[in-house]
Design a protein. Structure first.
Length: 254
């Protein structure tokens, strides 16, 4: 079952500098990261509950150009950085991919992946990606190994105490109609007219919203990331190639 937005892959020249910028400007503290030795990339992570921002850089452009995540990262860096691709979490990747492929999806069969953290612990997962990954293309699916680092019950309980959450991922596309059809074909997500208007369309992914909006200005950020943050003042800024809209968490009723 598709659970929600798993993570956003944000291409940056220097993941450490990008992490510092997000902490200084938005109060988002980054955790660790690691290297994808076979993919030519390395990262820092910013946790938003079980969703996270992957600030990804390239240490080997030759390796990256041939890897599934390195190629969209390099393309995003050529545009100045920002969203390269993103992922949806699933708790049964084999069943979800089989179902979607029978309906015409171009998702590949699941393959394993791993990342070595600086402390030597290994994070493991399985993923299924469509034929091309870019910000305005459909995302990939990922299922995390809960017996490996970062996804134990204790890890998730610790993250649940965090103060920020991703609410809406808004992606600028050249034409909303074919983009939404591609999402339906690849992931099964179906869009409806957005209450935000201006020709945008929304779909629910778990408790989050993915919004496709027309690209009205070629110079606009490719992605707008809407966050709720405990104690934060409302703000809208541009950072690490994305537009950020941060709103304070609303108090619980009663």
């Amino acid at each position: 079952m598709l659970l929600g937005i798993d993570h956003l892959v944000i291409a940056v020249r220097d993941p450490d500098a990008a992490a510092t910028e997000l902490e200084n400007r938005l109060g988002l503290a980054a955790g660790g990261g690691g290297r994808h030795d076979r993919l030519g990339t390395f990262n820092r992570l910013v946790w938003l509950g079980d969703t996270y921002l992957e600030l990804i850089g390239v240490f080997d452009p030759v390796l990256a150009a041939e890897s599934w995540v390195g190629a969209p990262t390099l393309r995003a860096l050529e545009r100045g950085g920002g969203l390269a691709t993103w992922a949806i979490a699933t708790d049964d990747i084999d069943a979800d991919v089989e179902t979607l492929r029978t309906r015409g999806s171009d998702l590949a069969l699941p393959v394993p992946g791993e990342r070595v953290r600086p402390d030597g612990e290994v994070v493991r997962w399985r993923l299924s990606a469509p034929s091309r990954l870019d910000p305005d293309d459909p995302p990939f699916l990922i299922e995390h190994d809960t017996t490996a680092a970062e996804w134990s019950g204790a890890d998730r309980a610790e993250r649940a105490r965090g103060s920020a959450r991703l609410m809406v991922l808004e992606i600028a596309v050249d034409d909303v109609n074919p983009a939404s059809r591609a999402f339906i074909r690849t992931t099964g997500l179906r869009f409806r007219p957005s209450l935000s208007g201006r020709g945008a369309r929304d779909t629910d992914v778990g408790g989050q919203i993915v919004r496709l909006r027309p690209r009205r200005d070629p110079g606009m950020a490719g992605a707008t990331i809407h966050l709720r943050h405990d104690g934060a003042q409302g703000t809208e800024i541009d950072a690490v190639g994305c537009r950020w809209v941060v709103r304070p968490t609303e108090p619980a009723a009663g």
